[in-house]
Write a protein that binds this ligand. Structure first.
Ligand code: XMP
Length: 327
């Protein structure tokens, strides 16, 4: 049977053998818990929910229903990867909801960072609950809760229920197959379950997504500039051996314009800010110093390829005093 708490003497899962043993144990526990009933999972494409999905597919196959809500604030290629990996390769029962318009309409004109976060979180639950209501016979809700979430919620630092906050009338029994694992263990288990390395070892990405990297009121054109510049940055970091080495890196496109010149004509466009940081606990972060060649190349590509950008700036501020994200 699954344990609720991480045993004090549990060996850290660092090898394929230890991961396989954990997977085998969990699969038996999941089958015992779920029987022939159906399980629902909000699959964001992040490490934890992806590993939970892969584990449940192995344990109960198409009794698992995954719902991937695209809130329009995901990185370039993310929804496509979720569909490719889970629907096409792992044969998951996957419902894909493109709710981009709904989210962006609700966010239009909203400038306050915390209000933006609340709208994104609240709307997410609404879309997910609507999809759940369309389904018959769901008795379980799977969540990618991990051990640090439980410790932090016990310490009063944050509430841990990822898909928590569902309406009162929607009562499901929880299924949390990685809840006694640390993040590094979840990654090893995910690899053994056959998930691609770039999904399992991906950098942290906030729930409100690119929404917090498009400071102030989000507009579709500026959001696109964030998405495209982020894709270029990720591509260049991968090419230059920095993927998996630098803890987190992304771009921000602030809501102001400055004068520039292109092809002999005046431009009035946004700057694009690059932030690349390293940390262990995210309480304190240091900045990754990029080579001059890479800096020059990033500037050239972003200016040339991203509409609406005429300047590239680098944020070399540690935390504290600056937080990682801009909002
Ligand atoms: P800050 O900006 O607080 O970021 O220094 C620390 C880490 O947390 C991530 N972050 C978030 N993650 N929802 C999330 O799931 C959020 O609202 C959020 N805000 C920040 C951030 O990307 C960094 O890794």
């Amino acid at each position: 049977m699954a344990t609720d708490r991480r045993p004090d003497d549990m060996v850290r899962i660092t090898t394929p053998e230890l991961a396989d043993a954990f997977i085998e144990e969990q699969i038996a526990a999941l089958r015992a818990q779920i029987g022939d009933k159906k399980v629902l999972l909000a699959l964001s494409g992040g490490v934890d929910s992806s590993v939970v999905a892969a584990m449940l597919i192995k344990a109960v196959g198409d009794q698992l229903v995954c719902v991937h809500v695209n809130h329009g604030l995901l990185r370039k290629g993310e929804p496509e990867q979720v569909i490719k990996v889970f629907r096409d390769e792992l044969k998951a029962n996957l419902i894909y909801v493109d709710a981009t318009d709904r989210f962006l309409d609700k966010l239009a004109g909203v400038t306050d960072p915390e209000t933006k976060r609340k709208i994104i979180g609240g709307e997410f639950i609404e879309v997910f609950a609507e999809e759940a209501r369309k389904l018959d016979g769901i008795e379980f809700l799977a969540q990618g809760t991990i051990w640090p979430d439980i410790l932090e919620s016990e310490a009063g630092i944050k509430a841990h229920h990822n898909a928590g906050g569902l309406p009162e009338d929607m009562k499901f029994e929880l299924v949390e197959p990685v809840k006694i694992l640390f993040k590094d263990e979840v990654r090893v288990v995910g690899e053994r379950l056959g998930l691609p390395a770039n999904m399992v070892y991906r950098q942290p990405f906030p729930g409100p997504g690119l929404g917090v990297r498009c400071p102030g009121a989000i507009t579709r054109d500026r959001l696109e500039a964030v998405r495209e510049s982020d894709a270029i940055l990720r591509e260049e970091f991968a090419k230059n051996g920095l993927e998996g080495k630098v803890w987190q890196y992304f771009t921000v496109v602030p809501d102001f314009k400055s004068t520039g010149v292109k092809d002999g004509k005046r431009t009035f466009d946004w700057p694009c800010i690059i932030r690349a940081i390293n940390t262990t606990d995210v309480m304190e972060v240091t900045v990754e110093h990029l080579s001059n060649e890479l800096i020059d190349h990033l500037v050239e590509r972003i200016i040339k390829e991203v509409p609406g950008i005429n300047r590239v700036l680098f944020d070399y501020t540690p935390k504290p005093p600056a937080t990682v994200e801009y909002e």
